[in-house]
Design a protein around this ligand. Structure first.
Ligand SMILES: [Zn+2]
Length: 136
């Protein structure tokens, strides 16, 4: 087959793949950027992280704080945390949250939402249509 013809066939084949499936881009959460403040720290890029994981701060924050075992509050897009939790601990807990509450268990895409039915939480995936229970 001629190369040009091959390219044409390849393009035709690619055009038939739905837009969502073509995106091979990995879902990457930005690492926390922290600044010490006295005996405490502030996550400077908190709003960016929340935006990326596409969840309500009200849902994320209590779970996150409980898991790292400290108190904190959202101060206009920056997160004030009591104490000096380490960066890698913070990153790890953000990723744990994402694995549990954001990424689809079937296709691993982040295009999901949480739905509450009969006091149980489900992860609804817009990419593949899966509906999986969230085990808390
Ligand atoms: Zn899915």
């Amino acid at each position: 087959m001629e190369f040009e013809q091959y390219k044409k066939y390849l393009k035709q084949a690619m055009d038939q793949i739905p837009e969502g499936a073509k995106q091979k881009e990995r879902f990457i959460i930005p690492d926390v950027e922290i600044r010490p403040e006295g005996k405490n720290i502030i996550i400077l890029n908190f709003s960016k992280i929340i935006q990326k994981i596409n969840r309500d701060v009200k849902h994320f924050l209590p779970i996150f704080l409980k898991n790292i075992g400290t108190m904190g509050e959202d101060r206009g897009g920056q997160l004030f945390l009591k104490g000096r939790p380490k960066k890698d601990v913070l990153n790890r807990h953000i990723n744990e949250y994402v694995n549990k509450y954001v990424l689809c268990k079937i296709c691993n895409k982040p295009d999901t939402s949480i739905s509450k039915e009969d006091k149980k939480l489900y992860l609804i995936c817009q990419a593949c249509g899966a509906r999986t229970p969230i085990i808390e």
